[in-house]
Design a protein around this ligand. Structure first.
Ligand code: FE
Ligand code: FE
Ligand code: ZN
Length: 277
């Protein structure tokens, strides 16, 4: 959802399409400066969200944020942007912040994992207190040199961060398109994939779902989102996903190629599937 009109406008738009959660970019998805926080807008949003049962909100870091970059200036941008985002999110306590772990750009996955957890540790260290925000690592499709292409890599980032800093809130956002493109068979064996997630990461870490169909076959490592039910994951799989006991209480966020009316229809569709079983 576009954050250009502020928090209250996003919440009102969410309600108008039947949503009770929403995701937004903290700034232009390609980077750049964020709009200053408007305290009056935040206050009216918090009141509106409370009254309309909205939440939790999910802030998405810009795509250009790469904690595993090779050039120092790329990593510095990642670190200062995430720091700034987390400070801003303290105005809306208890929010979630999702980021793509990064791309190691040929340095190797081991180096990438070390750079990502190193950045998290420095940010948490410098923050001064434990952020109220839960930071989510997104499961990635494994396009190019993306880190986070399997559950083990996410687990390793979490372990290395938590071994050096205590008490921070670190979780995972599972993107259905990305795990499918990454090779996990959520169509024929959703239960098995979640068992594996539980064994490797721990199901309690799973805090959010990005609900997207995929244009490509399983294991393609492409990351091209499709409308719900129109792609290779398909409507039957989404019926299982929304009714799966380990997922159904989680917030779902759509990132499909839709306009507002399209999102409204997809929300209605997913809700109807949830009631169907
Ligand atoms: Fe994402
Ligand atoms: Fe996503
Ligand atoms: Zn994606």
């Amino acid at each position: 959802m576009s954050s250009s009109g502020g928090y209250l406008a996003m919440a009102q738009t969410a309600v108008s399409i039947g949503a009770d959660v929403f995701q937004f970019f903290t700034r232009n998805p390609r980077g750049g400066a964020a709009k200053p926080i408007d305290k009056a807008d935040v206050d009216s949003f918090l009141e509106y969200a409370e009254r309309n049962g909205i939440g939790p909100i999910l802030a998405h870091a810009p795509y250009t944020l790469n904690a595993a970059g090779e050039e120092p200036r790329v990593r510095e941008f990642a670190e200062s942007t995430m720091m700034d985002d987390l400070k801003r999110l303290e105005f809306t306590p208890g929010a979630m912040y999702n980021f793509h772990p990064g791309s190691h750009v040929g340095q190797g996955v081991e180096k990438g994992i070390e750079l990502i957890s190193g950045m998290l540790v420095r940010i948490f260290d410098a923050f001064g207190r434990i952020p109220s925000t839960t930071i989510l690592l997104e499961t990635m499709a494994g396009k190019g040199s993306e880190v986070g292409r399997d559950f083990e890599e996410l687990r390793e980032i979490i372990d290395r961060t938590e071994s050096r800093i205590k008490g921070v809130r670190l979780g995972v956002c599972l993107d259905t398109c990305h795990v499918w493109d990454g090779g996990y068979d959520i169509v024929n064996d959703l239960g098995g994939v979640l068992d594996e997630f539980d064994n490797v990461v721990g199901i309690a870490r799973l805090k959010a779902i990005h609900a997207n169909d995929s244009m490509n076959v399983r294991g393609s490592h492409k990351d091209r989102h499709e409308k719900i039910g129109k792609g290779k994951i398909g409507i039957d799989a989404f019926a299982h996903i929304v009714n799966e006991p380990r997922l159904r209480e989680l917030p779902f966020y759509l990132e499909t190629p839709c306009d507002l009316q399209g999102y409204k229809e997809e929300i209605a569709l997913l809700k109807s599937l949830a009631q169907g079983e």
